[in-house]
Design a protein around this ligand. Sequence first.
Ligand code: FAD
Length: 322
Amino acid sequence: MSEKLLVIGESRDGSLRNVTFEAIATAKKINADGEIIGLICGNENLQEQAQEMVYHGADRVITVKHDNLKTYTSEGYGQAVMAVISEESPTGVIMGHTAVGKDLTPKIASKLETGLISDATDIEMKDGKAIFTRPIYSGKAFEKKMITSGITFATIRPNNISALERDESRSGDITSKDMDISDIRTVIKEVIRKASEGVDLSEAKVIVAGGRGVKSEDGFKPLQELADVLGGAVGASRGACDAEYCDYSLQIGQTGKVVTPDLYIAVGISGAIQHLAGMSNSKVIVAINKDAEANIFNIADYGIVGDLFEVVPLLIEEIKKI
Ligand code: FAD
């Protein structure tokens, strides 16, 4: 049976986030012979973004343009997504497990009285059914889940399922859908971003995270330099945020962001369980701590026991030579 899956794209500053392409790859895995429909809501660059979705594997893309979709609101995006679902009747809806994905998908799934599998890190097919793997108990265990009836809604954790190779020879229809989204109660007038410019933490392949051991706001400067030479982003423990060394937007952990980079360098972080909840699934973990007994070494692939103020500059110097 030829099925249709809908992938809801997510953009930032007019460009699609990489997790959108990972969502398309997930949909392709579930629905190799069926149709993958992309959906982009917004008010600028929709054609370019739709084209990128096609290059990454979407068979067809629907764009919904409206000034009230410039910035995400659950009401505005909800109306657009519901209209597309009712028109297209997809068998599944996939989106990134981002702040937007976490907010939007449960609302729509509950409206449609169907299930949602959130924060999936892997997917396999068995007897034509999609089985999703997702972490539980703060990443200490994994469960496998499938939805047996209704539309399958799923959000996928960034950086876990590889996107398909971008291929400019791929073609697909791009259609725009006219919708009046003016009747909504919440309109975002302005977005003031606190986070620093540069690589997005939740999608970064390399993260250099600082803890209370960094000791001050200035102590974060060498960490930023290390992140820069590695093309990565800076993150932090809650200890560092509480001490006002950095902004809470950098916090990683149970009550912060959940990240899965290829390389996570924990600097002056003790490795409290709440911090591990946000980073323990990173592919390679390096810990720098002066306390050889620090808990972070229990999950680190590589550990450096030493003073971070000596080790980090040495690392920067050596990496610059490569
Ligand atoms: P510390 O535990 O103080 O560790 C600092 C480390 O730096 C030490 O290991 C020390 O040996 C090392 N160090 C000091 N100086 C140097 C030096 N010169 N060179 C090298 N190493 C040095 N925490 C999070 O991170 N994220 C969360 O999302 C989060 N959520 C929480 C939710 C709840 C409900 C609660 C109760 C707590 C939460 N916490 C969270 C807090 C968590 O329990 C820890 O308090 C916090 O992670 C500690 O931060 P830290 O490792 O930076 O600081």
